[in-house]
Design a protein around this ligand. Structure first.
Ligand SMILES: Nc1ncnc2c1ncn2[C@@H]1O[C@H](COP(=O)(O)OP(=O)(O)OP(=O)(O)O)[C@@H](O)[C@H]1O
Ligand SMILES: [Mg+2]
Length: 377
């Protein structure tokens, strides 16, 4: 391309491949323009169409204005910016930003900005690189501190929950015994309230302990072959009085036996949470259906309710620790949001799955699948 000034344009040699293309193009009018609008280089088509203006401003001034304006006007408002990565002769990559528009008579290309000269660019890159190294170092220090804090939190969770569980269990036991003794009506109600609250605390402690074990990777399963059907019946048997008190019916479809190698206490914990959720999140008059299917390689248990349901958005967060849907909070229903996170972790530790299908206001179904043998996990 023809250069209109004697001064050497910084980085000019890097545009060589683009210039070579433009030089030969009969349909592309091109000008390389510096930041202040000075035209430093034009191709023959540009000269043919626009003459030899010194600046872009001159090009659109009287005389050449019509010509350039004509091109711009017919270009309409479709000017889009584009970029091209060109490989220079010395192997460097040069990114050019330019405006481009398909024209009936061709394409007008104006290179809008020339990159800074290579050495300035290198200095800048070097500076950025140093900043990056500093930031990474700082990040590494913060990461280490966070890891230490995380370990501390897990240790605290595990030991505090463990130490709390023993005294709480004795409170539950003695409240149970007291309830069976000869008490007046008011005392019976008080002892029952103590027992209920203490059981709730024990179950929260168990959830915290379970979460701590999952987080520290210390969850160990005690698996032995047993009837999942029997575990399901027992769990359903325990929730039935609570469901009845909430005006809900429970329907169970289950084979006599469905043998699988599982950790009974963890499966109980999963089912207790699914069933207590079904009760907690269903208004009176609803129905809870529990189905156990004994498959060839897995046992599938589903718990369906006719409750408040879960929105699509919340379904994606459901199995996160401490997540509680806004509907649960709005309805004033108690919970810590650990139950489902633990339940899924326990199911996956068995090589199984726990999934949910639901729609807001239209009930929910939770399906737990467990491989029958460790080999099938
Ligand atoms: N059957 C259900 N119907 C509607 N919402 C549900 C159901 N099961 C769970 N959810 C929603 O998912 C959230 C997480 O459930 P999760 O069992 O983990 O916690 P939680 O029941 O609130 O507390 P907890 O830790 O005592 O179990 C609930 O707070 C509720 O918003
Ligand atoms: Mg729950």
């Amino acid at each position: 391309m023809r250069t209109s000034t004697d001064q050497e344009l910084p980085g000019r040699d890097r545009l060589a491949p683009l210039e070579a293309f433009l030089e030969r193009s009969p349909t592309v009018a091109a000008a390389i323009v510096e930041a202040d609008g000075a035209i430093v280089s034009t191709n023959p088509t540009f000269v043919r169409l626009a003459g030899s203006p010194a600046t872009l401003e001159d090009a659109v001034a009287e005389g050449q204005y019509n010509l350039v304006a004509q091109l711009l006007d017919t270009a309409g408002r479709d000017w889009g910016s584009a970029s091209a990565g060109l490989r220079t002769a010395d192997g460097h990559r040069l990114d050019c930003e330019f405006s481009v528009r398909a024209e009936s008579g061709g394409v007008l290309v104006v290179v809008e900005s020339l990159q800074a000269p290579a050495d300035r660019l290198n200095d800048h890159l070097l500076e950025l690189n140093n900043e990056l190294i500093g930031a990474r170092r700082e990040l590494a220090v913060r990461n280490r501190k966070l890891r230490e804090l995380d370990e501390l939190k897990n240790m605290f969770l595990a030991s505090a929950s463990h130490d709390l569980k023993t005294p709480m269990s004795s409170i539950v036991g003695y409240a149970e015994l007291l309830g069976e003794s000869d008490l007046g009506e008011a005392e019976v109600a008080m002892v029952a309230a103590i027992e209920r609250s203490a059981r709730r605390v024990v179950s929260m402690i168990e959830d915290l302990l379970g979460a701590a074990l999952v987080m520290t990777g210390e969850l160990r399963l005690l698996r032995r072959e047993q009837s999942v059907a029997v575990i399901v019946r027992e769990s359903v048997g325990m929730i039935e009085p609570v469901a009845a008190a909430g005006g809900l019916t429970v329907e169970l479809t289950c084979p006599d036996h469905a043998l699988a190698e599982v950790d009974e206490s963890r499966i109980m914990q999963i089912l207790d949470n699914l069933l207590s959720n079904a009760v907690k999140y269903s208004p009176a008059g609803g129905k809870i259906e529990v189905t156990c299917i004994d498959g060839a390689q897995e046992v599938a248990i589903s718990v369906s309710d006719s409750g408040i349901g879960i929105s699509k958005e919340d379904q994606s967060k459901l199995f996160g620790r401490f997540f509680r849907a806004s509907t649960a909070r709005e309805h004033g229903i108690a919970g810590t949001g650990l139950g489902l996170a633990n339940a899924r972790a326990f199911a996956e530790a068995h090589g199984g799955h726990l999934d949910c299908t639901s729609a807001e206001g239209a009930g929910s179904t939770f399906k737990l699948s467990l491989p029958k043998t460790v080999g099938h996990a």
